[in-house]
Design a protein around this ligand. Structure first.
Ligand code: UT7
Length: 352
């Protein structure tokens, strides 16, 4: 048998720099309720959201991803020519083909690198962090650029009480690379396909396959299946979260070797401030431990929510680079992923 070469990587990896982009248009609850049958008070009490940002003008999923990535690269101090892999965590890149990461790499002036999209709903950023860290540990990459980006406002029904008030747009990115001390714990992740339809799109790709011949040559814009929109059975997700996530959080602490007392910051996915308060309480974290609450003015930006929340805490001084934080992303799939990490330094160019 021939001997086949094995890569050797670096054991200790960390987030070396972070950057974010928040669309300029701020949309208040009152503005959402001009169309949606709801109220500012209901939205704030049930979700903790006051405002969200939606793209406008020239902003697209592509431009905001590139803007966040540029800031992350500048903050990391890494020469972009050293980045060998781009991972785009998103559920709202508008095409199945081509996927987005190669175009983003091209826009960033690093055409030619390994580039792929990763789809795992709102857990996407933490899935990407696990994959990116492991690529470096395995020696498949030295520096990885991970971007979480969403334009949730594009595939959203403004009349839908289950989604229209909750989702926002934004992008956050990190450069992951070798470091002296390890800054990314093993990933704790999982999924529950039995509850898959709790968050789903009305566009059924299998139905399209069944109707392939009928649809050949027709204009998708006039297809009776209509525009793709996202639907969420919020209470069903809430119930799943209440059972699954406390276990995930405890396991993340366990595998990281970091105790509750050593933890300095808690940065869960920004879906609902009530879910996050409950998780913090159930985990038994001390009141003084700061917890991200970017959802209040950014809404739920799915795969972008965790890097945006990290950035907000670093920029406002609620958290500092070098502190030990617990991250947990969760949502569509249903799926989740979490890690204990060392926070990167505050960005050189903040997003607000
Ligand atoms: O990011 C991916 C992961 N997603 C999540 O983690 C989301 C998890 N779920 C949630 O955050 C919450 O379920 C929501 C914020 C989406 C909804 O809050 P809820 O407390 O679960 O509300 P509900 O759907 O149980 O509805 C409660 C009441 C109902 O009225 P009755 O039956 O009590 O009279 C609804 O008809 O509120 C009514 N309602 C609304 N009222 C005003 C439902 N949606 C609305 C609305 N505005 N938008």
């Amino acid at each position: 048998m021939v001997s086949i070469a094995v890569n050797k990587g670096r054991e200790n990896v960390a987030m070396l720099g972070i950057g974010a982009y928040r669309p300029t248009r701020l949309v208040s609850n009152d503005e959402v309720c001009e169309v949606l049958d709801s109220t500012d008070q209901w939205i704030f009490e049930r979700s903790g959201i006051r405002n969200r940002r939606w793209i406008s003008g020239d902003e697209t999923v592509r431009t905001i991803a590139v803007a966040a990535a540029e800031r992350a690269i500048a903050s990391s101090g890494i020469d972009r020519a050293e980045i060998g892999t781009v991972i785009l965590a998103t559920g709202t890149w508008p095409y199945k083909t081509p996927h987005g990461a190669p175009s983003i790499a091209y826009d960033l002036g690093i055409n030619g690198v390994a580039a792929f999209d990763l789809e795992s709903g709102c857990g996407g950023f933490c899935y990407g962090l696990g994959v990116g860290a492991d690529l470096i540990r395995a020696g498949s990459a030295k520096y990885v650029l991970l971007i979480g980006v969403e334009t949730m406002s594009v595939g959203m029904d403004p009349h839908d009480r289950g989604t229209a008030f909750i989702f926002g747009d934004g992008a956050g990115a990190v450069v992951i690379g070798p470091s002296e001390e390890n800054g990314i714990s093993p990933t704790v992740w999982g999924s529950d396909g039995e509850n898959a339809l709790a968050i789903s799109q009305n566009y059924d790709i299998l139905a399209y396959e069944d109707r392939a011949e009928e649809l050949q040559g027709t204009d998708p814009a006039t297809d009776p299946v209509g525009r793709m929109v996202i639907r969420m059975e919020g209470p069903r997700v809430f119930r799943w979260a209440a059972v699954t996530l406390p276990r995930a959080l405890s396991t993340a602490l366990e595998v990281s070797g970091v105790s509750k007392d050593e933890l300095e910051v808690f940065i869960p996915h920004q879906a609902n401030a009530r879910i996050n308060e409950l998780m913090k309480k159930n985990l038994g974290l001390a009141d003084e431990i700061p917890m991200a609450n970017d959802v209040e003015n950014t809404g739920n930006t799915s795969a972008a929510s965790i890097p945006l929340a990290i950035e907000e805490m670093l920029v406002t001084g609620k958290a500092k680079g070098g502190q030990t934080a617990l991250l947990l992303g969760f949502g569509a799939g249903l799926s989740y992923a979490g890690q204990v990490v060392t926070l990167p330094p505050a960005p050189k160019e903040p997003s607000f």
